[in-house]
Design a protein around this ligand. Structure first.
Ligand code: PLP
Length: 415
């Protein structure tokens, strides 16, 4: 980073501090990952210099011949990865991919049935604070309060009553498999379209570790930066009959020029996700999460739904008498980054929360396996039993740092 260092030492210094934080700490945020250096390299290229409004073969600017090829490769690879008929790789984020689906056929005031934020859904699925909640008429479904699982019979009953125009499924904090076929059938039954947001689990869907909604629900959206391990961004997949309306909703409906450097990096990510090594990685993510969950249960903690089928688990801290907020701070002091999360039936505010969300995509990319995940679970337990004990937190941080340095991140970046 010598040019940047010379021109802007202030920003360089902060990037280096963040690098050190990432290298020395355990990142257990379920929506994060560590991209391959090839993905990062594609993002930092001259492609960022170009305007390419429009789509391949139909741009509003000259000089897009190489951009057309790059975007076509990205679209083709994504279609191959998921067996999709049509792909749009331009959404700048997962939220924008979702908004584009809504814009493609809904009018303000139309009805959406979606999972509530408090029960694991996402802001962009109709939360009142989000544009989706302001423009559309939202009815939410949650999870069964006993089993903490999606209750498809209940969702069907609500759908029959509400008669939504769109049913949204997919979640930010749900540790079990989602039955996309059940959602598609409910939607069909009530004359609605369906959208599956697989932002969190797309890496599991494309490798067969989770059922895939592609070809099942009307639309599928995803981010590219979570389990898929690509650059920050979004994508949409759908059948050919919806291709035109989706493309128009993304551009000119919602966005201007596509981020071509990010689209190139998405293409690199899709190439990686098509490989056998990536499939092994995704398998290991799930195995690691199961070991982390089992260790925490052995240590006396309760997990929402009693365990996990995917890359994340949700810890219920009610019995320990600490909030998710307190736990997040204590773990942060011990070098373990997590996020507090609402859980079903919680009594604390959404800022305090009674839960923690833990995910294994990042530590798996760093090469940690079952044995290491057991150790991570033991550290989490130790910290959560000692949230006020500065000496224990400091001692754990030392151990975590020494441990993490055995799993280097981009060693060539070290300054
Ligand atoms: N959808 C789901 C299910 C998510 O969990 C997230 C982000 O966490 C998003 C959409 C939004 O993605 P972005 O942050 O790229 O807008």
């Amino acid at each position: 980073m010598s040019f940047l260092r010379q021109f802007d030492p202030e920003i360089t210094d902060l990037i280096n501090k963040e690098y050190k934080r990432q290298v020395e700490g355990l990142e257990l945020i379920a929506s994060e990952n560590v991209v391959a250096r090839e993905v990062m390299e594609a993002m930092g290229t001259i492609l960022t210099n170009k305007y390419a409004e429009g789509y391949p073969g139909k741009r509003y600017y000259g000089g897009c011949e190489f951009h057309d090829q790059i975007e076509n490769i990205a679209r083709d690879r994504l279609c191959r990865l998921f067996g999709a008929e049509h792909a749009n790789v331009q959404p700048h984020s997962g939220s924008q991919a979702n908004e584009a689906v809504y814009l493609s056929f809904l009018k303000p005031g139309d009805k959406i049935l979606s999972q509530s934020l408090n029960n694991g859904g996402h802001l962009s699925h109709g939360d009142p604070a989000n544009i989706s909640g302001k423009y559309y008429n939202i009815t939410s479904y949650g999870v069964d309060l006993e089993s903490e699982l999606l209750d498809y019979a209940e969702i069907e009953a609500t759908a029959r009553k509400v008669k939504p125009d769109l049913i949204v499924c997919g979640a930010s904090a749900y540790p079990r498999e989602i039955d996309f076929k059940a959602f598609a059938e409910i939607a069909e039954d009530v004359g609605a379209r369906s959208m599956a947001d697989i932002a969190h689990i797309s890496g599991l869907c494309c490798t067969g570790l989770h059922n895939s909604p592609v070809g099942v629900t009307t639309y599928v959206t995803s981010t590219t930066h979570k389990t898929l391990r690509g650059p920050r961004g979004g994508v949409i997949m759908c059948g050919k009959e919806y291709a035109n309306s989706i493309d128009k909703a993304v551009f000119p409906g919602l966005q201007g020029g596509p981020l071509m450097h990010v689209i190139a990096a998405k293409a690199v990510c899709f190439r990686e996700a098509l490989s056998n090594e990536y499939k092994e990685y995704a398998e290991q993510v799930v195995k690691n999460c199961k070991v982390l969950a089992a260790t925490l249960i052995d240590e006396g903690f309760r997990l929402v739904t009693g365990g996990t089928d995917n890359h994340l688990c949700l810890l219920d801290l009610s019995e320990q008498g600490i909030s998710g907020h307190q736990a997040e701070i204590a773990l942060g002091r011990a070098g373990i980054t997590v996020n507090k999360n609402t859980i079903p039936r919680q009594h604390l505010s959404p800022f305090e929360t009674s839960g923690l969300r833990l995910g294994t995509p990042t530590i798996t990319t760093r090469g940690m396996r079952e044995e290491e995940c057991k150790q991570v679970g033991v550290w989490i337990s130790r910290v959560l039993h000692n949230v006020e004990n500065a000496a224990v937190l400091a001692e754990t941080k030392d151990e975590v740092t020494t441990f993490c340095l055995r799993y280097p991140l981009y060693p060539e970046i070290r300054e």
